[in-house]
Design a protein. Structure first.
Length: 151
């Protein structure tokens, strides 16, 4: 497995753990340009009473306003495959690559992103799957409500 992917995915996992410690959904993301993290974020739906602060949205917001050409040189690392909304964000900003920790607990629109030229890598990491599985087990009602919004 690519060491670079593991290094940056660990940073996304750290973000997911921050969300969990804040009583949020444990999903994290980092935006990387070259070998530098330019943005990081975690799911803050519950913490902020938000409808849009998914980890990927929070990450891009925290990256600040980059040039359009900068996004085209980035890779987005996220612990869970992006949902439809976040996939739209990826396409809008023309981020060419997404590396996801897993896609089992929530099957996102991978084919849609691929059909629009996004290179998708699924690392299938046990740590990411276990984190989400445990969260869902402990918070089934909250998870079901959130999934209903994005499905």
């Amino acid at each position: 497995m690519n060491y670079k992917h593991l290094k940056f995915m660990q940073e996304a996992i750290n973000e997911a753990k921050k969300s969990f410690k804040e009583d949020g959904i444990p999903i994290g993301a980092v935006l990387v340009e070259g070998s530098e993290i330019v943005g990081r974020g975690h799911n803050r739906l519950l913490q902020k009473g938000s409808t849009i602060l998914h980890a990927e949205m929070d990450c891009l917001e925290n990256a600040g306003k980059l040039k359009g050409t900068d996004y085209k040189k980035c890779t987005l690392y996220t612990t869970l495959i992006p949902c439809q909304m976040c996939s739209g964000l990826i396409l809008l900003y023309k981020i060419p690559e997404v590396v996801a920790g897993e896609n089992k607990t929530f099957p996102g629109p991978e084919d849609y992103m691929k059909d629009h030229g996004v290179n998708i890598t699924i690392l299938d990491l046990d740590e990411c799957k276990e984190m989400m599985t445990e969260y869902i087990r402990q918070n089934r009602k909250v998870w079901d409500e959130e999934i209903e919004r994005v499905s």
